[in-house]
Design a protein around this ligand. Structure first.
Ligand SMILES: [Zn+2]
Length: 181
């Protein structure tokens, strides 16, 4: 692996190139609504395949470097991201890094975003009646009927039979507008 400071410099560049919008958003919502930045392994690979190899081989160590880079990143607004977490998801499946939590949080954030946008327009609360989930490991797509307040994920992937992580395909899911009484 490269020297520590070179690595951190590289990661700052990676953030600038690939995650400036996400970081700006995080800075606005930190720490109450959002405490983590979610980084897609594919983006790391596109930025630098060697770096992606390091991440695959030493995910926890590299997570520390990513967090350090984020602390040194020039933010558009003045806020300190000292306790922010960087979560790397979409890692190749040979790895034992736990990403289950990541996809759930990500899905919830997306749902909240969509709810916020729709509420402004129609004052209605959208609900998913049938969710389409995509397995992050093998890209199988599964439909899960929804009938409670909590979003139901597949128990296991029908393709690779692993327990995700799954990504909610918001565009392909079936929504209804749930009018307030
Ligand atoms: Zn699968």
């Amino acid at each position: 692996m490269p020297q520590h400071h070179e690595m951190v410099d590289d990661l700052i560049e990676f953030f600038r190139d690939y995650y400036s919008e996400e970081i700006a958003q995080l800075a606005q919502h930190y720490p109450q609504e959002q405490k983590s930045l979610y980084v897609d392994f594919d983006d790391i690979y596109r930025f630098d395949p060697d770096l992606a190899d390091d991440v695959r081989d030493h995910p926890y160590e590299l997570q520390g470097y990513f967090e350090e880079a984020l602390r040194l990143y020039d933010l558009p607004i003045s806020v300190s991201l000292d306790n922010v977490h960087v979560r790397i998801y979409n890692l190749p499946e040979s790895d034992e890094y736990d990403v289950g939590e990541v996809s759930r949080h990500e899905n919830i954030n997306r749902l909240l975003d969509i709810r916020g946008q729709v509420q402004k327009v129609s004052d209605a609360k959208p609900r998913i009646v049938e969710a389409e989930w995509e397995c992050q490991r093998c890209e199988s797509v599964m439909q899960i009927e929804q009938n409670g307040e909590t979003l139901q994920e597949p128990h296991e992937c029908k393709g690779c039979e692993r327990q995700g992580p799954f990504r909610l395909l918001t565009d392909r899911s079936t929504w209804i507008d749930h009018q307030y009484a």
